[in-house]
Design a protein around this ligand. Structure first.
Ligand code: ZN
Length: 149
């Protein structure tokens, strides 16, 4: 095992043991649930999006494996305070990294934690665990869009 594998594992475990933005929002703009039956991962995502399209708050409760919880935690940090447009960019780049061979470099240096999840690609069955929070967030952003039309 290489040194970077160790570092990646540490980042993932850190987010798993102390998930960022864990909890609920009492009056959210939208709430979405995501399930990954393959692994038993379940999460609920709460979003507050301002009228001008900024993600003002995100909270999450997750009952799942370490990859799912860590991925959700890192995602919440990456998109907190961002515009919906930027969040979609981040989601797309992350999914591309997980499903093809891209990386997060195009997004700038502040998202390098997400690179830790790239190691998950070695275990194809776990990719769904890592993607669940992101696909759930996409659904949430679509809900917000529909509601504002
Ligand atoms: Zn899982």
């Amino acid at each position: 095992m290489s040194l970077s594998d160790d570092l990646y594992r540490e980042t993932i475990l850190d987010h798993y043991h102390e998930p960022r933005n864990h909890g609920v929002i009492d009056v959210p703009t939208t709430t979405v649930e995501g399930v990954n039956p393959l692994c038993g991962d379940e999460l609920t995502l709460y979003l507050n999006v301002s009228a001008d399209g900024k993600i003002e708050d995100i909270k999450m409760t997750a009952h799942g494996c370490s990859i799912n919880t860590a991925s959700g935690s890192m995602m919440s940090e990456a998109i907190y305070g961002q515009s919906v447009e930027r969040a979609r960019e981040i989601i797309e780049t992350f999914k591309e990294m997980m499903l093809t061979k891209g990386d997060t470099e195009a997004l700038g240096g502040d998202l390098e934690d997400l690179e830790a999840l790239r190691g998950v690609k070695k275990y194809p069955v776990r990719i769904k665990c890592a993607l669940l929070p992101w696909n759930t967030l996409l659904e949430g952003l679509d809900n917000v869009k529909k509601a504002s039309v």
